[in-house]
Design a protein around this ligand. Structure first.
Ligand code: FAD
Length: 542
């Protein structure tokens, strides 16, 4: 191990750690646990006041996971797996946050986390072969390994609508919701945005508020959750078979317990296809999006699924003009992340809910009293921004990361992120990123991807220490190859046809590059494993 003691001769020498991790969500928590278990000294910095990341910040009404809770959980500890009991098929945010707290308590994680502290910069010191990390608490520390566990969806996006500060009432972003909750009783509430967070929160806001006005730019395909309480028999069965369940999840496309259907929709007779869609619609959840293997590669096949959902929207929403406005037609199904809802479309049958289609009636300004579109001023008491995130690259680009020779990561990424395997960057030795751009991350059950990343990175660190390797980073050649591979994979799919946050399209000026790896978590895992067994192929180790 490295000598990490603070130099006794230099009063001002920064504290030295083997590793510094940014973020105490599920990625940072597990990374801390693993590296500490290897005997390394670790410091985690977290901007929030406690652990949980996404589930610490996103406390809006209706926030819950849309991966089944028994799969959206750590698998690294059998004891943890057996002692925790999920209460619902899709856990709510408070329950997931309780789980994160339980994990932090159980493994004593908080002692190495500095909360309420934002990392501002990380500069690689070539002379000392160490990272120098500064925070807003004006502390500087050094670390041999620097891990960005900063999250894919952790930097809220508030659109630059003129007059945004003029509004006299309260405004909320779903991704930074007040801890005590918000009482909308008796209020007229404007909700701007109809992505996953909007679709989860709108039915509950509408139930409470006296009037709800939803401003929609792009209609989304949403699948019914069919959430339910988990009964004891189900839980017992899952726990008895957890090893098998996890094995399936690790090697299929999405990191969940599902046997991928290898059939193409295009090859199946219409009535049989329809029956399958009906079955999956009734089962609820995201499995519908994997009904057939060619839904994301063949437009004709995709249309069969898209049409099925469009029909459902028309059947649920009684006003045909509203139904038409809620129906996505401008991009293929599942090329924007499909949403999972409880009563979303039916909410628009309420007399106290109205939909404003801002493609035809654009928002002009936010005024002191509310939201003004081209035709109307909507006077409201509160505005909810369900406007998403600067996904995947936002949190990393918020930090001044400077590598070898003064290379600034933000500049290198100006035309889109560049990494090898989505875990490491050429010119940035001993720096790793978890479950972000260039890896399956948001295309998968993130828990499966996070565990794979953390374990692979820990193995790499362990190997480096054992081999006496001081610095490890990918070669430019390997990195260029990975960037090309990501693009080629995405170009073989329908994903680039949508102006999605996967493509950076929700942030003005962000380069349009398909950000995640679409080859599936199983293929990705095998690839990473082969890189490791071949002596970390594509990495330079000195
Ligand atoms: P995060 O949980 O985002 O944690 C990153 C942490 O880093 C944050 O706490 C942040 O404060 C901190 N941080 C960032 N920058 C800095 C800095 N400079 N200094 C200090 N701290 C910093 N995934 C699924 O698989 N299934 C789902 O159903 C699902 N539902 C979701 C619902 C919502 C509303 C959202 C927003 C995301 C959802 N996700 C889902 C994705 C979710 O982000 C991941 O599943 C997972 O929680 C990510 O964990 P993480 O630790 O990588 O990142």
């Amino acid at each position: 191990l490295l000598d990490t003691s603070t130099s006794p001769t230099n009063h001002y020498a920064p504290k030295a750690f083997d590793a510094v991790i940014v973020g105490a969500g599920f990625s940072g928590m597990y990374m801390l646990h693993r590296l500490r278990g290897m005997g390394l000294t670790v410091r985690v910095y977290e901007r929030g006041a406690d652990v949980g990341g996404t589930w610490y910040w996103n406390r809006y009404p209706g926030a819950r996971c849309d991966i089944e809770s028994v799969d959206y959980s750590y698998s690294f500890s059998t004891e943890l797996e057996q002692e925790w009991r999920w209460s619902e098929r899709f856990a709510t945010q408070p329950e997931i946050l309780r789980y994160a707290n339980h994990v932090a308590d159980r493994f004593g994680l908080r002692t190495d986390v500095e909360f309420d502290t934002q990392v501002l910069s990380a500069v690689f010191d070539e002379h000392d072969e160490t990272w120098r990390i500064t925070t807003d608490s004006e502390e500087e520390v050094t670390a041999t390994y620097f891990v960005l566990a900063t999250g894919c969806l952790s930097v809220g996006n508030v659109p630059a609508i003129p007059g945004i500060d003029a509004f006299s009432g309260p405004t909320y972003h779903t991704g930074a919701w007040p801890h005590g909750g918000v009482d909308f009783t008796g209020q007229h509430v404007a909700v701007i945005g109809t992505g996953s967070s909007g679709i989860q929160s709108i039915p509950l806001i509408a139930e409470q508020a006296s009037r709800t006005t939803v401003f929609q730019r792009t209609p989304n395909f949403s699948l019914p959750a069919r959430n339910r309480l988990l009964d004891d028999d189900f839980v017992r069965d899952v726990k008895a078979n957890y090893p098998d369940r996890r094995r399936v999840a690790r090697y299929n496309s999405g990191g969940v317990f599902r046997i991928d259907n290898t059939e193409n929709a295009i090859d199946v007779p219409g009535d049989r296809r329809r029956a399958r869609y009906e079955l999956l619609w009734e089962e609820g959840g995201l499995n519908f999006a994997n009904a057939y293997s060619d839904l994301k590669t063949n437009l004709e096949s995709n249309e069969t699924a898209a049409d099925f959902i469009r029909e459902k929207i028309r059947a649920i929403v009684s006003d045909s003009a509203v139904a038409a406005a809620l129906t996505p037609t401008s991009y293929p199904f599942a090329t924007k992340r499909p949403c999972v809802d409880t009563g979303y479309y039916a909410t628009f049958n309420r007399d106290d809910v109205e939909l404003v289609d801002i493609r035809t009636d654009p928002i002009d300004t936010i005024t002191e009293r509310g939201v003004r579109t081209a035709t109307t001023e909507f006077e409201v008491d509160a505005i909810v921004f369900a406007t998403g995130f600067d996904a995947m690259t936002g949190a990393i680009n918020n930090i001044d990361v400077v590598g070898r020779g003064g290379e600034v990561l933000r500049q290198t990424w100006a035309a889109g992120p560049r990494s090898y395997l989505g875990v490491a960057c050429a010119g940035f030795p001993n720096m790793f990123t978890i479950a972000t751009a260039g890896s399956p991350s948001v295309m998968s059950n993130m828990m499966t991807s996070i565990e794979q990343h953390v374990e692979w990175i820990s193995d790499l660190v362990e190997r480096s220490i054992a081999d006496g390797v001081g610095m490890i980073e990918p070669t430019r050649e390997a990195q260029d190859g990975w960037v090309d591979h990501l693009r080629e994979l995405a170009d073989d799919t329908l994903f680039p046809m949508a102006a999605s946050w996967y493509m950076g399209a929700n942030i003005p000026g962000k380069p349009r590059v398909f950000l995640p790896y679409v080859g599936g978590v199983g293929t990705y895992r095998e690839l990473c494993d082969s890189v490791a067994t071949e002596g970390y192929r594509g990495f330079s180790r000195v």
